[in-house]
Design a protein around this ligand. Sequence first.
Ligand code: ATP
Ligand code: MG
Length: 393
Amino acid sequence: MKFPDRLPIPPEVLKIAQQLEKAGYETWCVGGAIRDNLLGLENHDFDLTTAAPPEELLRLFKRTVPVGIEHGTVAVLDAHNRPHEVTTFRRDIKTDGRHAVVEFGVSLMDDLARRDFTINAIAYHPGRHEWRDPFKGVDDLERRLIRSVGDPNWRFQEDYLRILRALRFSARFEFRIHGHTLDAAKANVQGLAQLSAERVREEWFKGIATAKRVSKLLALWLDVGAARIWLPEIREKGDGRREKGALDKLSRDPVLITAYLATDPASLLTRLKCSNKEIERGRAIGAWRDKYPDPKSLPEVRRWLSQVGEHVDDLLALPPVRTAPFSLLPKVVSSILAAKDPLTLQDLAVDGNDLIAAGVRAGPDVGDVLQRLLAEVLEDPKRNTKGYLLSRV
Ligand code: ATP
Ligand code: MG
């Protein structure tokens, strides 16, 4: 592959680079946007790497966000308040598999050498239109290869997250992982256990969002052994519930997909430190995914809606609803919702006070009676009148 003569650098990014160069600091475009543009994919999110030390960045640009200042990363805000990441040339001098102690005042070559994969270690000078590609990333782009910069064993041991990044990029671009890099990923997979749940979750979710096919991403996580460590509720063969191809047709909602794949979604989402709301979504998916109502029975569908509540959309998004007999379900549900049929205690034409006034003893009896009235109304919504319901009390 040949380098193009010029890359279309957005004017806001160019302006930041020029300001740094004018102050005497060499500044290059690097990272994902370079890689994506060379692949012909749109990406305007150019990261800059510069000789300017962090304190100079804060001094030269009035509007910044110190997104990772200890690692030399500052987001510079442009006139539209859009952030552009600028990172000081750095080298990792001490690593423990999770964090790095970094050193500034190094060269562009050192900075490129600390990057994870060859395709992510290409630099372009936006003013001089020069390229630097010491690790032949452009050849790997052409060969469609994910390959570590330097010795893959060391590089994964410096930061085990790189193993998951390799899987993500491989599934996103449908690139093969180079033999030594893949071997090293497998050999070092146990190191993933030291990572924080937040970083792992972010990688897994990002992977789901960007993979060409989620089935490929999953196959990689299983093959390398990452799933065994972080997603043990996802089993190799599935559990019979999973049909071939269904996974790739699911909407790219990471919580939905994770829950769909897991035998015990709530346990998996808890391990990944998801929010309580997300864990509840998982729990509902696990509890209801094998219990769809018969779409031909309106009372059955109403009872189901009454119980699944806000989780109805998740359940309607799962594969069983794509085939008969449940493929009728979305229409039936829409018609019930459009008719505003009563589905919850709050929808009943009577409340607790009405029942007490009608002679029900205050206390648990009230709740019991309301539940029984709701059951009647779910059977036939026309029963939801004060007169009828009080006559039943
Ligand atoms: P995308 O943003 O599309 O996911 P990216 O390559 O831009 O992909 P970022 O996480 O934004 O990924 O990181 C920007 C660059 O920083 C990468 O291209 C890579 O050069 C470097 N980088 C990021 N994370 C690591 C890491 N864990 N180890 C080494 N280098 C990294
Ligand atoms: Mg990026």
